[in-house]
Design a protein around this ligand. Structure first.
Ligand SMILES: [Ca+2]
Ligand SMILES: [Ca+2]
Ligand SMILES: [Ca+2]
Ligand SMILES: [Ca+2]
Length: 488
């Protein structure tokens, strides 16, 4: 049986053919799409295509065009993420020149554009135009009860219930809830008990978690306090009108971010707890200085096991080498931190967080984490504020690891070593929120996609149509202030 295109794919083909993107970087992707679509067209038969096209209502077509504009934004983001020749200085997190109001089709009377948008937690701004790194969120599958407890509004009962929901046993924690609780409900169900959350929304099944706690007052999910979110019960949502936005837990949690134990370039990190002849060569092979490599090898020979790569910083201890006491001092110390970014990027300290195990780690990337998340993993308020200020001026390449927390004076050496087990570098899972819109028509579609690019291609982990929540962000022209109209 020939594969037939559905209406959406058809409109996609039409929009793609009649509306080549203005920006060149989108071209290759579009070529791929066109090839795929043409293959589908041939299989489906041209007559079917023509017939359906004329049957579609104008409104439906417009809506589909808005969706295609939004999808073009996602395609551009993925193309940039996968571009091996991408300039490391290019800022993908907040780059209005690249991601705001990008023209995808110009039919004279009607233009279609997209903007990539997300809430950002920085001293100087709250909205960013670009792609969000999912590694800045706390992993629901890896968070400890202690970390969960630091989320605003969390209770010990709920934190325990979340861990119980996830852990593979049926033994309730002191304040938790397991199978026997869920199975006696009026509409009984079983706890997850697989070790891994499937979605953040799954939290709603956990005892004590309400929509109010999970989603807060931010009904349109833009991280901004909109008028209806601060007028009490005059309009939905039912907020407390206190002039502050309760964002709930949703923006701080993820089930998608994981550390696969690889460098940004895709190489497995070198274990500093390794041994033997090969260790020194492996280290210098990754650009580690002879001096530091020698120190690591010596420490290993003396029986030192490092808990974390951050423990290389300021290491200064008496050890026994061949039965003799010797003071071992790391060359990596305050004033000599040039290699720290490379150390954090290229090296690991055994018992790696690789593979699916990475999903279970409660580590976050401070370059992308909000203050709430930083505090959840142990930063105090002053440190979280200092981190938010420092990273506003960070070069994009410096966000790949967390050396800046030390080199920019955000943390002391002691605190850096203390917090390092909860920290990680940049990830390969990204959240792309794209609004496709036409100012002339006042129409938009808004979508949210999470992609994983860790395998060298793009895998979609999550897709959601957010159109019903409003455009939510300042786009351009008529849609400014979120006054756009949606048609579906
Ligand atoms: Ca359990
Ligand atoms: Ca809002
Ligand atoms: Ca309200
Ligand atoms: Ca409020």
């Amino acid at each position: 049986m020939p594969r037939q295109m559905n209406e959406r794919q058809m409109t996609h083909a039409k929009a793609t053919r009649s509306a080549p993107p203005v920006r060149r970087r989108g071209v290759i992707l579009y070529v791929t799409l066109i090839v795929v679509m043409m293959a589908g067209l041939l299989a489906a038969g041209l007559s079917f295509f023509v017939q359906s096209q004329s049957a579609g209502s104008a409104a439906g077509t417009r809506s589909a065009e808005a969706m295609e504009a939004a999808r073009s934004g996602v395609n551009l983001a993925i193309a940039e993420l996968l571009n091996p020749a991408r300039d490391p200085k290019l800022d993908l997190t907040d780059n209005p020149d690249l991601f705001r109001g990008v023209l995808v089709s110009d039919g004279g009377q009607v233009q279609w554009r997209f903007s990539l948008v997300h809430a950002i937690d920085r001293d100087d701004k709250t909205t960013a135009y670009g792609i969000a790194d999912e590694s800045g969120k706390l992993s629901l599958s890896g968070a400890t009860a202690e970390q969960l407890m630091r989320l605003p509004g969390m209770t010990p009962e709920i934190a325990d219930a979340i861990i119980d929901w996830r852990d593979t046993n049926d033994e309730p924690r002191p304040l938790g809830a397991e199978r026997d609780y869920y199975e006696q409900l009026d509409n009984p169900y079983s706890p997850n008990n697989s070790g891994l959350f499937q979605s953040v929304d799954e939290l709603l099944l956990v005892r004590g978690v309400t929509a109010q706690l999970l989603y807060g007052e931010d009904m349109n999910r833009n991280g901004l306090l909109d008028p209806n979110e601060n007028d009490g019960d005059q309009s939905l949502p039912l907020d407390n009108a206190d002039g502050k936005l309760d964002r709930g837990w949703y923006p701080y949690l993820t089930v998608y971010a994981f550390d696969n134990g690889q460098t940004a370039a895709g190489q497995q990190r070198v274990d500093i707890n390794g041994s033997g002849q090969g260790l020194s060569r492996s280290l210098t092979g990754r650009g580690i200085s002879k001096e530091l490599a020698d120190f690591i090898v010596k420490a290993r020979q003396a029986g030192v096991t490092f808990a974390n790569t951050a423990d290389l910083v300021g290491f200064d201890e008496a050890v026994k080498v061949n039965g003799k006491d010797q003071q071992l001092t790391s060359p990596l110390a305050t004033g000599h931190l040039d290699e720290l970014p490379r150390v954090l990027e290229e090296l690991t300290a055994g018992s790696g967080r690789g593979g699916r195990g990475g999903l279970r780690s409660g580590t976050v990337n401070p370059s992308a984490a909000s203050r709430v998340v930083l505090m959840a993993v142990g930063f105090n308020e002053a440190e979280a504020d200092a981190a938010a200020s420092a990273r506003a001026n960070l070069a994009p390449a410096d966000r790949n690891n967390y050396a800046w927390l030390l080199t920019q004076g955000v943390l002391s050496v002691e605190r850096f070593r203390e917090l390092a087990p909860a920290l990680r570098g940049g990830g390969k899972q990204y959240r792309i929120e794209s609004v496709g819109y036409s100012e002339q028509l006042g129409l938009y579609r808004r979508i949210e996609v999470v992609v994983d690019v860790s395998q060298g291609n793009s895998r979609t982990l999550y897709f959601r149509d957010l159109t019903d929540l409003g455009p939510a962000y300042v786009l351009t022209g008529d849609l400014e202030g979120g006054k756009g109209r949606s048609e579906r």
